[in-house]
Design a protein around this ligand. Structure first.
Ligand SMILES: NC(=O)C1=CN([C@@H]2O[C@H](COP(=O)(O)OP(=O)(O)OC[C@H]3O[C@@H](n4cnc5c(N)ncnc54)[C@H](OP(=O)(O)O)[C@@H]3O)[C@@H](O)[C@H]2O)[C@@H](O)CC1
Ligand SMILES: Nc1ncnc2c1ncn2[C@@H]1O[C@H](COP(=O)(O)OP(=O)(O)O)[C@@H](O)[C@H]1O
Ligand SMILES: [K+]
Length: 466
């Protein structure tokens, strides 16, 4: 079982195409189903640790995986039963079901078991679960001690992360690749912990799970996703090569202070805070805002938006930031003020859901929407939330899997903008800088645990810099 870190994410259509290409190359669907079912059986056997198991099988190939897993678990000596929502319908599922020689209970009357394996529907779900399926699924899930989904929990939209009647599982065994539903809310929550089971289908994708940074030198050894790199100083580094970040401060001073401290703690060599405030940290260089101050050619990133305000004066500050022709991180109020047609290519935008909808509308799933916005603007878009999606104008997307729900507190977005500013000023390209900033932010939050405040989060960035 492989963790999701850095893995490709495929839509149902992309997964089907990859499966078909594998079949054209000579591997039958039965072989793929055999590998899927065997892989599921091995994982379930280990997780069940001798407890009784019921496998719920649907009519399609997801159900087929369930029948194969049932037969394999029986051979392994497990106490396994099968309950089906109806007769198998796909040809491969019919053949798989014929290999299960035990009884098949009707789903509606099925007895619960300690371990529930949900193989009713996978990526082929085409509509919400009907009550006659959802009700017994939820009844059996409530009665089980451990709920394991095959590929995706039955009753989630694989591509858009909608919940269409699924029961929440503890573990999801994703076949070959991650699916959007494993990352996008609300489905991701119904998946529990997601682990991959390889079944020998070669997959390529422009969409990946955000990976943890690899130690320097190991980058080329990574066989999966594009890994992220955290820039680290060398013997010849000085404060300007480490990166100079200018933070434009507005009416709500606390927000830009948080962004400044975050930029420092994420590793910037020099942070210039352009605003009225005073006080520590002493290493923060404070100047009154002026368009001239933004002309310093050493500035590697300007962060504009946290606590900026939305009046005429702040609009002029935004205009000066755009006119400075330095790499930009555009956040918060600046996202409300800006005309999307004036966003300089190569900028990084960090909208939360409301800011994103205001700029780009709400049509489509989160990955598609974010990718489209990046292509439209030529900017990297960090579409925040419990399922942060980062899209580049060339179509690459990463989705941040592990955040922390404790990030849902005021000011954490300002911290993210500062952290991304530091990564950009250190010389990472916009897409890499966004990924590195989002990773640092999530890692700092996980390290802090519960009930931290944004000030703690900014400080904790140092500890996860590595
Ligand atoms: N990709 C790979 O390489 C491999 C993939 N494999 C596995 O295949 C899975 C995908 O299989 P799949 O395409 O057969 O779809 P699946 O999810 O079983 O459901 C389709 C069936 O359900 C029906 N149906 C749909 N919604 C319904 C509803 N709400 N309520 C009631 N019925 C509903 C639908 O009928 P219809 O929509 O036509 O009415 C159809 O009969 C994938 O997740 C993985 O587990 C492995 O076996 C091998 C390698
Ligand atoms: N439930 C959650 N789980 C994980 N991350 C979250 C959650 N809620 C918010 N976040 C993250 O916290 C940050 C909040 O940013 P934002 O909404 O701009 O807040 P603020 O404007 O108060 O700083 C974003 O990085 C977002 O991805
Ligand atoms: K399933």
């Amino acid at each position: 079982m492989i963790p999701l870190d850095g893995q490709p994410i495929l839509t149902a259509g992309e997964m089907r195409a990859a499966e078909e290409a594998t079949m054209v190359a000579g591997t039958s669907v039965d072989t793929l189903m055999e590998r899927a079912g065997e892989g599921v059986a091995v994982a379930v056997h280990r997780l069940a640790a001798g407890a009784d198991i019921v496998i719920l099988c649907g009519p399609g190939n997801n159900g087929g995986d369930g029948y194969v897993a049932a037969a394999a678990l029986h051979r392994m000596g497990a106490a396994v039963r099968v309950a089906a929502s109806g007769a198998p319908a796909s040809p491969a599922a019919v053949r798989a079901a014929a290999r299960w020689h035990g009884p098949v209970e009707a789903l509606a009357q099925a007895e619960p078991a300690t371990i529930l394996v949900d193989a009713l529907f996978g990526t082929g779900l085409s509509r919400p679960l009907a009550d006659e399926v959802a009700a017994p699924l939820h009844r059996l899930a409530r009665a089980a001690r451990l709920r394991i989904a095959v590929d995706v929990p039955s009753g989630v939209g694989s591509d858009d992360g909608a919940v269409l009647g699924a029961a929440t599982c503890d573990i999801t065994l994703a076949l070959e690749a991650a699916k959007p539903a494993h990352l996008l809310q609300p489905a991701a929550q119904a998946c529990g912990t997601v682990r991959l089971i390889p079944i020998g289908v070669p997959v390529v994708s422009h969409t990946h799970v955000l990976s943890s940074p690899l130690p320097e030198g190991e980058r080329d050894m990574a066989c999966v996703a594009p890994s992220i790199t955290l820039p680290t100083p060398g013997p010849n580094s000085h404060k300007y090569t480490r990166g100079m970040v200018a933070i434009v401060a507005g009416g709500m001073a606390g927000a830009s202070e948080l962004a400044s401290i975050a930029a420092m703690r994420a590793g910037a060599g020099y942070v210039l805070h352009l605003g009225e405030g005073q006080g520590p940290p002493h290493a923060l260089v404070r100047k009154i805002f002026s368009a001239d101050a933004l002309q310093d050619a050493r500035i590697g990133a300007i962060v504009v938006g946290p606590g900026l305000g939305r009046d005429d004066a702040t609009r002029r500050m935004l205009d000066a930031s755009l006119a400075a022709h330095r790499p930009l991180v555009i956040d918060g109020d600046a996202l409300r003020l800006i005309d999307p047609t004036t966003i300089p290519a190569g900028s990084i935008l960090t909208p939360h859901g409301g800011e994103f909808s205001h700029l780009f509308g709400q049509e489509g799933d989160k990955i598609t929407r974010t990718r489209r916005a990046a292509a439209q603007t030529g900017a990297v878009i960090v579409h925040k939330g419990p399922d942060t999606v980062i899209a580049a104008p060339d179509g690459r997307v990463t989705v941040a899997g592990e955040g922390s729900p404790w990030l849902s507190t005021a000011g954490t977005g300002d911290v993210l903008a500062g952290a991304i500013g530091a990564m950009r000023a250190a010389g990472l390209d916009p897409f890499a800088a966004a990924g590195a900033g989002v990773w640092l932010h999530g890692a700092a939050a996980r390290r802090l645990g519960p009930a931290f405040i944004a000030d703690d989060l900014a400080d904790a960035l140092s500890a996860v810099r590595g």
